[in-house]
Design a protein around this ligand. Structure first.
Ligand code: BTN
Length: 338
């Protein structure tokens, strides 16, 4: 029989981390944990060293125990699992220091059978992908991740899923404070007229069924103004710039995934209505004057509503209502301004 008492156990590492965080700067007794889990104190020490290697600053004091000196904002699987209150979304996390794009890795994993809810995170991306083949600036300090979904839905539902991701990001943002938030259809999140987050929905589908969907979500959480390339400085912002202080990326990610899971459950149980209503209830371009570049040509007018499929209804010239199912929207005049 193998003696496993000294081996590294992921569950114990998570539990240690959880307790150190909940102790809120107080000491956690190594002896108590070792007794509770039926492992040696050497094993506990081994897990503390593993946490230190992951970037946690943990003080060890004989007879007092262990204390977290600084709560590190780690996006590593074990620290996320200690904080995340979801059942499936985000319960599997693949974390990378640097990737070309989390989308590519998520597609590969999905093709290999990775289950629904798995998330691919990169601390930075060298070739971040945006909508319409654009590149997406993704330096360290931001949150760049792709979520794998396998919804038992028709391909038309994919747009609703991307709207839902926008709602989840907007709701997580709202919890940080009162910010002049705006959802730009289909799913960009703006603060004070500048883009703070973008969402890229990609799907592999057959005519009547979705095989899988990859939702790529990029949020400028703690991106400094000087980090933005000159061509983005007037149009992009970050949560830290708007708040005046850094925000916790791990907390933010947890909130996004939790909101997403709640809406995903509603979508599967009750259809698109709750998601569309949530989108409508947030500050958005609805009621504003927009121009849309669509595959069918340009459309200009007032954004009236989103329909049952999530398409944007625009009241164009002579009161003609145009349904925009795909396109790039420019805000010409915000509702309530002259
Ligand atoms: C857009 O605004 O055009 C969509 C941007 C989507 C960016 C995210 S960051 C994580 C994921 N990986 C990528 O390469 N793109 C998405």
């Amino acid at each position: 029989m193998v003696n496993t008492s000294h081996m590294e156990r992921p569950d114990l590492k998570i539990e240690m981390f959880r307790r150190l965080i909940s102790a809120d700067g107080a000491f956690v007794s190594g002896q108590e944990i070792s007794q509770e889990f039926g492992v040696s104190r050497t094993s506990i020490w081994k897990h503390v060293k593993a946490l230190r290697r992951d970037g946690c600053r943990i003080e060890a004091v004989p007879r007092s125990g262990y204390r977290l000196q600084a709560n590190p904002d780690l996006l590593l699987p074990f620290s996320m699992r200690a904080k995340l209150r979801t059942k499936t979304i985000g319960q599997r996390i693949h974390h990378f220091a640097s990737l070309k794009s989390t989308q590519a890795v998520a597609h590969r994993l999905a093709q290999q059978g990775e289950p629904e809810g798995a998330v691919v995170i990169a601390e930075e991306q060298s070739g971040g992908r945006g909508r319409w083949g654009r590149s997406f600036f993704s330096p360290p300090g931001g949150l760049w991740f792709s979520l794998i979904l396998r919804p038992p839905l028709q391909p038309q539902a994919a747009l609703t899923l991307t709207l839902m991701a926008g709602v989840a990001v907007a709701e997580a943002t709202k919890r940080l404070g009162t910010l002049p938030l705006l959802l730009k259809w289909p799913n960009d999140v703006f603060i004070g007229g500048k883009k703070v987050a973008g969402i890229l929905g990609e799907m592999i589908a057959e005519v009547d069924v979705l095989r899988y969907v990859i939702l790529g979500i990029g949020v400028n959480v703690n991106v400094r103004s000087e980090s933005f390339p000159p061509d983005l400085r007037d149009t992009a912002t970050s949560l830290s710039l708007e708040l005046g202080h850094d925000a916790s990326r791990s907390e933010f990610l947890c909130r996004v995934l939790e909101h997403f899971e709640a809406y995903y459950g509603l979508l599967l149980a009750h259809g698109v209505r709750p998601v569309l209503d949530a989108w409508r209830s947030l500050p958005s371009i609805l009621g504003s004057e927009v121009s849309a570049e669509t595959p069918e040509g340009p459309v200009q007018g007032k954004a009236l509503d989103i329909d049952e499929q999530g398409a944007l209804m625009v009241e164009a010239a002579a009161g003609k209502v145009v349904r925009v199912l795909a396109g790039d929207i420019h805000l010409l005049r915000l509702k309530g301004t002259t």
